[in-house]
Design a protein around this ligand. Sequence first.
Ligand SMILES: [Zn+2]
Length: 119
Amino acid sequence: MVLKDRKLIREEVTQRLVSGLKTQNLQYDNLFNEEKARLNKDFDLLSLLYHRMFFYKLNEKLSGLVCDHTFRLSEQILTQMQFKRGKINEIIEIFKKNGGHCDCEVIYYVESQLIGNQA
Ligand SMILES: [Zn+2]
C-alpha cells in the first residue's frame, strides 16, 4: 500500500524528516536502488538522508526556483532534521566529494547515485 492522499503524504514526509520515523509507504521509496547505492562509499549516510526524505524535500524546495549556487536549501532542511552544525558541515563535505557543489547539484549528482537504473 502506497499513500495517495496529498495531505497524508505531506505528514509522512515531515514525520520522517523530523523524527526519522517511517509509518507509511511512499511511492518515492520505490525509486531507491539499493544495489546501485551500495556502490557509493558514503552509502550509510546517503541512504539515511534518502529514507529521511532529505532529497525529496530538496527537490520540492528547488522546484520553481533558480538555484543560487549555495547550499542554502540543503542547510535549511538539515537544520529541520535536527542535525547539529558540525554534522551539517560534515554532510556538505560528503555532497561535495560526490560532485554536489550546490543545492541543484546535490540532486543531479548525489541523489542520482541512489535512484533509478544502474549507471
Ligand atoms: Zn545549483
